[in-house]
Design a binder for this molecule. Structure first.
Ligand code: ANZ
Ligand code: ZN
Length: 854
């Protein structure tokens, strides 16, 4: 028996696919298209098996759709700009480009060993000027369309990385990479006007019915639409007014303070003559502007001494505080606080001794006695202590207050969004240069299109902290395209989410030198039919891409509004973690099991076996791709990655799991390469006679085809694998001796090979060839399930003798008359009723009844 040699076989078929250009995609108007895309990787170094899950899923879908007759686009590329390259440059004195392209080469080679059905002719790297020149052009078009603008804004400053961080890069008040406490600074920055699309982006979530609910909910929350009232408070001894935004206008009579953000202009004005307040503001700025930072910090306020006049209660005033929990970037940057009905306001009121006056009373409670203790009341009820609102329900009271404010000209009902415009400026080298020029005379001048791309200089130094583009001796000095005078280039580069916001469109015509993408190609391929990636991108990358697609549409680049029709977010691959006595992480191959204990390999030292965690270099709980591919082959790994749990759930990688997958591979190999009887020739017509066992196996074959397709369409890959394993068992049990079984075995084996093809394509090709085919499995159509064999196999048929029901017998569906007659007459009850008389007449209605007349 020849053992399956995965190494040779896999290399062989990869070369064949490559030579034939099997996966090179062309637009073909005569075939339905299918664009499947896995989120492209950042070239960080090496891939481990945890990364491979994403690609195994994508390839399953791509190969399956291809076999079903779709014209499949399945490309791969590199999200190649980003901080790690610069950090490597600083740490190891290697140029970011060198580091990046070396990693790309390593990872490309690794991916190729997986046998993925990519159209490698479409490979792109976003750090190439051939790519980013187009995004500079896109930016100029956005600028013209008013979708890009510059403004002074508070930014999160990472004092270690020396760069501005997006809010989402600040985690618990610290930089996401450096872990350093983030500071606030004011800088002039470039922004993209994503807020112009807030409503559209929100509404269209309803059309994304092939997206996971949790992702849709996260996007909804991120956009954060709130309806309420915007109105102004007059101040008692100051001409200034304070405009606030509230979603609870009904609680206005319970207001006990007004608070403004530390970055509110009023706070700045007062601080100029109030050192205590100035110090307080400085303290607030130390914790960063992110919501997360503010949420976790202790709520602090500073009483300005000013009094705000209650708009509806003659003579009532409330103190004006500067409070650290009021965000300048949300609403108006100022609020009124109603402690009885808002927990944050309540905590604040208790701390600063402010009144707590309930104005919404739960139904059934006595308005005179209802009190709020340590928990704010946020439920429904009727208004009390609220003049003209008394007795109303909350919603009616909201409307009444809005109406009054509008009538009095003091405010208006309004809708606001949590979504902020997207700050795209980064003070970094390894990113796409923002194509504008600063001229003292002309201001900001866009780089003329003929001068694109603005390329990064290659001779940069990372010896100084900060932005190497800014330190470069010559790069930023240029002439103004408008007046010809001396001018400076913009030294900010784009946030790297810029590149990933349109790469899926670039894949439609990746080598077009004249445009970001060719319109016809984009119209043909877009939207992406199936996008696959990690749920960590649920908000930003996906929202930015949705925004870009709309913006590109408005700028005439393409026709679709939504980039990704279907989205699947796969779970993580986890592995146990290990530490030695000194707390050092250990690689899985550094430990072994001895007498039921986990010990250090070789030394036998005790090892602490820790939790299952996402595979990551930092905890060393990774299993290298090479190790698995060398020992088991890519197909075995792919099988395990698809079979062990539903794709959206986490999957635990274990030694026993990969062993089990390998045993299955070996079993299929043996089964098909060593058939129990010589198989019927390929393509032979079905024999006239097939044994009962053979027919039963055929039913399993066709039911498997049917169920497998359904499972794949619904991403139940683990179930699909389970079906294929059952089919394997059924085929193994057929001894081939009965009538037509050699033909049944051929049909069964060929089906099995076709079904495993999208998961284990190398094994599939090898077996396909072994079954005597000269075409590639990759080019073979998907098997069709015979509907007659898929329906339930047996039906209950009634047997009557001289008009009286005598028996109910099981028969194969659509059984022939001969078989039905034979079975009916063999039944004991029927024989008793016939009492030895000969049959005079027999009428058979298939699947229903056998009528015997004696
Ligand atoms: C008075 C009030 C009474 C409020 C009450 C709530 C409950 P969402 O739903 O998230 O939009 N708010 C408004 N602007 C703010 C800012 N810039 N920073 C921090 N908080 C702000 O929340 C809207 C509510 O959050 C607003 O309604 C306001 O407090 C507060 F019983 O006004 B409310
Ligand atoms: Zn000029």
């Amino acid at each position: 028996m020849s053992r399956y040699n995965s190494k040779e076989t896999e290399a062989k078929w990869q070369a064949v696919w490559d030579e034939r250009g099997s996966f090179v995609a062309h637009e073909d108007p005569d075939r339905p298209k299918y664009y499947v895309l896995e989120m492209f990787p950042y070239p960080s170094g090496r891939l481990h098996v945890g990364h491979a899950r994403n690609y195994a899923i994508g390839d399953m879908v791509a190969r399956y759709k291809r076999a079903r007759g779709f014209n499949v686009l399945h490309p791969m590329g590199w999200d190649a700009f980003g901080l790690p390259a610069e950090n490597a440059a600083i740490a190891n004195k290697v140029h970011p480009a060198t580091w990046t392209y070396e990693n790309i080469a390593t990872m490309r080679a690794q991916l190729k060993t997986l046998g993925l059905a990519y159209d490698w002719t479409r490979e792109i790297a976003t750090c190439a000027p051939e790519y980013y020149r187009h995004e500079q052009k896109i930016f100029l078009d956005f600028l013209k369309a008013g979708l890009a603008y510059r403004k002074e804004s508070w930014v999160n400053w990472d004092p270690v990385e020396n760069t501005v961080l997006a809010n989402e890069q600040v985690i618990d008040g610290r930089g996401w990479r450096s872990g350093a406490p983030v500071e606030k600074r004011k800088l002039s920055q470039w922004f993209l006007k994503i807020t112009r699309y807030a409503d559209e982006l929100l509404d269209a979530i309803g059309t994304l019915d092939r997206w996971p609910d949790k992702v849709r909910t996260m996007q909804e929350k991120w956009i954060g639409k709130s309806s309420g009232l915007r109105f102004t408070f007059d101040l008692a001894d100051d001409p200034e007014k304070i405009e606030v935004f509230t979603t609870r206008p009904d609680t206005l009579f319970g207001a006990s303070f007004v608070a403004v953000s530390p970055n509110h202009p009023l706070a700045a004005r007062l601080a100029a003559s109030n050192p205590g307040l100035a110090a307080f503001i400085a303290e607030c700025n130390r914790i960063g502007t992110s919501e997360a930072a503010i949420e976790t910090a202790e709520k602090l306020g500073f009483d300005t001494g000013l009094k705000a006049i209650h708009p509806f209660v003659e003579g009532r005033t409330v103190p004006v505080h500067v409070a650290n929990f009021v965000l300048m970037e949300y609403g108006t940057g100022a609020i009124f606080g109603c402690p009885a009905h808002d927990q944050r306001d309540l905590d604040f009121a208790r701390k600063y001794g402010l009144p707590v006056l309930p104005v919404v009373v739960p139904d059934g409670a006595d308005p005179a006695a209802f009190e709020v203790g340590t928990e704010a009341y946020v439920g429904p009820g009727h208004l009390a202590n609220s003049a003209f609102l008394d007795g109303m329900e909350v919603e009616a009271a909201k409307r009444a207050v809005i109406e009054r404010m509008e009538a009095a000209g003091k405010g208006e009902g309004t809708t606001i969004y949590r979504l902020r415009d997207w700050g795209v400026s980064r003070q970094r080298y390894w990113g796409c240069p923002i194509p504008v020029i600063h001229c003292d005379k002309c201001g900001i001048v866009p780089v003329p299109e003929r001068d694109l791309p603005v390329e990064l200089p290659t001779d940069v130094s990372f010896d100084q902290p900060g932005n190497p583009l800014d330190h470069h001796p010559t790069w930023k000095h240029t002439v103004c395209p408008s007046c010809g005078g001396e001018a400076r280039r913009e030294t900010d580069t784009f946030d790297t989410f810029f590149e990933s916001s349109w790469y899926f469109a670039r894949f439609c015509s990746p080598h077009d030198t004249t445009a970001a993408f060719e319109r016809g190609a984009a119209d043909y391929w877009l939207p992406v039919d199936q996008y696959i990636g990690g749920v960590e991108h649920a908000v930003l990358h996906l929202l930015y891409s949705r925004f870009f697609t709309r913006a590109l549409k408005d700028c005439g680049y393409l026709a679709v509004a939504e980039p990704f029709e279907g989205l699947m977010t796969q779970g993580m691959v986890t592995h146990a973690t290990y530490r030695d006595a000194s707390g050092q992480w250990l690689y899985p191959e550094e430990v072994e099991q001895r007498d039921g204990l986990t010990v250090k390999r070789g030394t036998g030292e005790a090892v602490e076996a820790g939790r299952l965690e996402k595979m990551s270099k930092s905890k060393k709980n990774v299993v290298g791709l090479e190790h698995i591919i060398d020992n088991y082959g890519a197909d075995t790994m792919r099988l395990l990655l698809l079979s062990d749990s539903p794709p959206e759930r986490d999957l635990e990688w274990t030694e026993s799991g990969i062993d089990g997958a390998w045993r299955y591979v070996a079993r299929v190999w043996r089964l098909i390469t060593e058939p129990v009887v010589p198989l019927a020739p390929a393509g032979a017509p079905a024999p006239a006679e097939i044994s009962g066992k053979g027919q039963a196996v055929r039913r399993i074959v066709h039911k498997t085809i049917d169920g497998f397709g359904d499972d794949v369409e619904k991403f139940r890959f683990n179930k699909a694998v389970a079906r294929v394993r059952e089919l394997t068992n059924a085929l193994a049990e057929l001894d081939g001796k009965g009538a037509g079984e050699d033909w049944v075995l051929r049909e069964g084996y060929e089906t099995l090979v076709k079904l495993i093809g999208p998961m284990m394509p190398h094994l599939g090709e090898e077996l396909w060839q072994g079954l005597g085919h000269s075409t590639l499995l990759t080019d073979s159509p998907w098997p069709e399930a015979d509907p007659a064999l898929v329906v339930d196999e047996s039906v209950v048929v009634a047997v009557q003798v001289n008009g009286k029901l005598r028996a109910q017998i099981p028969l194969p569906r659509d059984a022939a008359e001969d078989a039905a007659r034979e079975a009916a007459l063999a039944d004991a009850n029927v024989q008793r009723a016939m009492d030895g008389k000969p049959v005079r007449k027999l009428v058979y209605v298939p699947n229903r009844i056998v009528n015997v007349v004696v």
